[in-house]
Design a protein around this ligand. Structure first.
Ligand SMILES: [Ca+2]
Ligand SMILES: [Ca+2]
Length: 369
């Protein structure tokens, strides 16, 4: 009897392992199938200018990638979007408890499955996790640039900042015409945030709204001699000129290469030019022989102080710059590791922090474990 039970347990164990393996393979299958390349999420408008007390409306869009092998240029159909949106809480407030704070685009999605505050490691940043879903049949699912919905923020403080989406916590899935299963993940190529500038009350000149009855000023009035048209009593419609903001490419700081040996008389360390600690002076390479020479990492790996490691020193630099020169676009920031487009953007913010955290904590910061 005992032997029989053992055999039975063995069979159950084998079945369970087999089941687990099957599930793991299934999962792998789904991931392997994430071939709807080019799907991205974005926030609109990409540049927001408001004043304290204004409502700030921000739209979330998903842009689905092209179906592979599609001759007609057909895009993948989306039925599920999950992402994390983060914003500077000194500038914006979001009332999670108020169901009117988010308006789902019911043309494209059927339920707001989840909208809640998410933990943020940075005290100055608040985040929201949002999940939306479509329950309709495949033919009615949307593809291409699809509006997910609108967030309603309140401008509570003045300054500049960025709203951003966390790519690592973004998931999109949709209908899959090639396989029997209906859902599959879409590969996320990128997420794009918004820049925001909030002015203190009264410092923004009110926007001129043309009255519906006004008439555009005829160009012939500027000719010589001018045409004989009487001035209307309410005046001509105001001429709105848009001055394009010149876009200067940001040339960001980078760590110099070539570690050299330095000492302060008590310890020996390797530094690159321009990042030598106070009291340390140059020594011959052989004097540092007992100290491992770091490998160059660079800013794109979160090395703010260019010492070849990504660690707490770099976090301190990030935090100081985030608080002191927050949102001032500059090429002199030490902790501008990246930006929403994957390259440095002149701003030190939560996107740079996320990169630092991944490099320092998840990947060990360049130190062999
Ligand atoms: Ca470092
Ligand atoms: Ca940055």
């Amino acid at each position: 009897m005992k032997q029989f039970s053992s055999i039975l347990i063995l069979i159950v164990l084998l079945l369970a392992t087999g089941g687990g393996l099957y599930l793991a393979l299934q999962n792998q299958e789904t991931r392997k199938g994430a071939y709807f390349a080019g799907t991205s999420l974005l926030l609109q408008p990409d540049i927001i200018t408001k004043k304290v007390g204004d409502q700030v409306l921000v739209d979330l869009y998903v842009k689905t990638g092209l179906l592979p092998g599609s001759i007609t240029g057909e895009s993948a159909k989306v039925d599920f979007v999950k992402t994390r949106l983060c914003f500077p809480n000194m500038l914006l407030q979001f009332d999670i408890g108020n169901t009117a704070s988010f308006v789902l685009d019911s043309n494209s999605f059927d339920n707001l499955q989840d909208l809640q505050g998410a933990p943020s490691m940075i005290p100055e940043i608040n985040c929201l996790d949002i999940t939306v879903k479509s329950n309709r049949e495949v033919a009615l699912l949307k593809s291409g640039t699809v509006r997910v919905g609108m967030f309603k923020f309140l401008a509570v403080g003045d300054g500049n900042g960025r709203l951003f989406l966390d790519k690592n916590l973004t998931e999109v899935s949709g209908a899959n015409p090639d396989l029997k299963s209906t859902d599959m993940r879409l590969e996320i190529e990128g997420v794009t945030g918004s820049s925001i500038a909030i002015a203190s009350i009264g410092t923004i000149t009110p926007t001129i709204t043309p009255t519906p009855t006004c008439e555009p000023r005829p160009a012939c009035l500027d000719e010589q001699p001018p045409c004989m048209i009487a001035e209307p009593t309410g005046g001509w419609c105001p001429v709105l000129t848009v001055t394009p903001t010149p876009i200067t490419p940001i040339i960001c700081k980078e760590c110099p290469t070539g570690f050299m040996c330095y000492s302060n008389g008590r310890e020996y360390r390797w530094f690159v030019n321009g990042y030598v600690w106070q009291d340390f002076s140059s020594r011959s390479e052989s004097e540092c022989a007992g100290v491992p020479k770091p490998e160059w990492r660079g800013k794109s790996k979160g090395d703010a102080n260019c010492d070849g490691y990504t660690d707490g020193y770099d976090y301190s630099v990030w935090r100081r710059e985030f608080i002191d020169v927050r949102s001032i676009v500059s090429g002199t920031n030490e902790a501008d590791f990246t930006g929403p487009l994957g390259t440095c953007d002149g701003i030190v913010d939560g996107v740079d922090y996320s990169l630092w955290r991944r490099e320092a904590i998840d990947y060990g910061g360049g130190r062999t474990q």
